[in-house]
Design a binder for this molecule. Sequence first.
Ligand code: ADP
Length: 485
Amino acid sequence: EVEAAGGLAQAHPLVAGRAASLKEEAVFAPADPTRRVGTVSWAGEKQVEEALRIGSERAREWERVPVEERAKALETLGDRLWHHRARLLFLLREEAGKTLPDGWTELQEAIDFCRYYAVEARRLFGGLRPLPGPSGERNQIGWRGRGLFACISPWNFPLSIFLGQIVAALAAGNAVVAKPAEQTPLVAAEVLRLALGAGIPPEVLHLLPGAGAVGEALVRDPRLSGVAFTGSGAVASRIAQLLASRGGALAPLIAETGGVNVMVVDATAAAEQAVDDILVSAFRSSGQRCSSLRLLLVQEEAAPRLLDLLAGAIEELVVGDPRDLSTDVGPVIERGAQLELEKEAWRLARAGKLLAKASLASTASPGGYYFCPQLVEIPSPALVDREIFGPILPVVRFRIEELEAILDSIARRGFGLTMGLETRLSERIRMVRERARVGNLYVNRPMIGAAVEFQPFGGEGLSGTGPKSGGPRYLEAFGVERVSS
Ligand code: ADP
């Protein structure tokens, strides 16, 4: 089914439903950069200006559409994603290098976002609610949209993060200019076409494929009422600075960035279970998730057996082309990422010792951007002081009496996204819950959640400004409260 949905894809700037015809560039598959996936043309100043003008002028019209109708359009979009799943899975595989299971998880999450934010829109944006007040007064409060939002998204979830931001902004009654990552314009263009076909008016949803400069041009413009951003911490700070200095109305920034996510495995943990959870946490999506495990801490007594099991399991992982159904780990996104990972692996192995490495399947294209999962033992957690975005897993042994101090020093670094814990002791769970400063703590399970509704996702400190996506407060950040008395 996925193969049958193949065929070259196209992405253009799409402003008010009109595709700008500009110079086209080819897009190639990271699994095999000789494989052409489609073509993209990048947005120029003219499209940026038009999207800002039309989006800001027409936002109010969308806000006046009854919430029920807005919510229905988003649910229809969810249904359309399902209907076109084979094409989306094909594009996720070819453009972003996702294996089929990774593509499925992402597709499901995107559909969940559509359905959940539709329900949330009805709950929050459905009309005025009475507020108690002194007798004789009639106080009412209600949520409204802000105006025009820029949604700036990364390549690692080109469907679910890209769409989750857009759907939240639309659900709250805003118009949207969407700026997908330059690595993944084709998935974005496909999703945008599905959204317009679901009844979202083209004047309130615009697509601008482009690099960081396009995002920056949007953020600098005072017609923008807010920014939803997911990506690196450096760019999040840059956007915050631009918003603060651009003049015009104050605009909120909803930012989600990465983390240096730790998993603690103590001596009481079930070793086989822990190994399964570690493999998923560190290597699913080639380690290219914001929530991925970046540093494993294993209690000394458990280390010999656990690391032995883990090393064996890593050596059995199949690294290769995601077209091949036996592939566990696909390529990383681009050549630059591959080189960066090679450098990091070298740095860590020099400071410590390489314990295990997966190998590349013979069917994988030699030119593909592959990086084989590695387990490296290092002497100190301090060697992992920034996010390494890929399938390298550094491990440190600890003595149990050091654990609290280690957790405190990790909390002081200020990354607050996810943490994993494998233990059978309830007092240890309590202690870690108390000391960890992370948005999502995963106990005796992989560091991957449902993201929508059940385990809303998002961090604090250097990892983001919250509120959590997929949670009950997310839509509020896209709206304003108005009171009438
Ligand atoms: P990553 O490390 O995941 O590539 P980035 O933060 O570099 O994360 O990119 C995330 C998104 O932010 C992308 O869509 C990118 O084009 C955009 N971006 C990069 N630089 C800027 C900037 N200065 N202003 C606005 N958006 C930017």
